[in-house]
Design a protein. Structure first.
Length: 149
């Protein structure tokens, strides 16, 4: 396999190219816990690397990811035009997303906190915005104490 800054994505592409389908196994036996990044700078460096991997995806996947990010400016515009409809759509999205996370958490026997699920939406807005800005900010990608163009 060729070198990649997002090795898990490259492995998935290689498996798919051999004709296999990628499936997510959701059970307590497959639960993986990862260590959080130590600070905002480390998080942004990680996200910049992940964005580099996302840019290697097919056009259709880029459209799907773009729609996910475009939701926030669109919902803000809708709230500005008709706050009742805009807020209703946002609340419905948060409820369905929270239900989805809650169900998955239950399958791996993890507890979910209502307020954490609610606040996750605001974290996503902040995270998406900073990730996009940092990705296009001049500078190399840093990973494992090395710099990549």
């Amino acid at each position: 396999m060729p070198f990649s800054l997002t090795e898990d994505l490259e492995i998935s592409k290689a498996i798919h190219s051999l004709g296999f389908k990628i499936r997510h196994q959701v059970s307590e036996a497959f639960l993986v816990k990862t260590k959080a990044e130590k600070d905002l700078t480390a998080l942004l460096k990680q996200r910049k690397r992940w964005m580099a991997g996302a840019m290697t995806l097919s056009f259709s996947w880029k459209i799907i990811l773009g729609l996910q990010v475009a939701f926030y400016p669109a919902i803000l515009a809708l709230i500005g035009m008709d706050w009742g409809i805009g807020l209703s759509i946002l609340v419905i999205k948060i409820l369905f997303q929270s239900l989805f996370v809650h169900i998955f958490s239950g399958k791996v026997r993890q507890q979910t906190d209502f307020w954490a699920l609610f606040l996750f939406e605001f974290y996503q807005i902040w995270n998406f915005s900073l990730t996009i800005l940092y990705y296009f900010w001049p500078g190399q990608i840093e990973w494992k104490a090395r710099k990549y163009p």
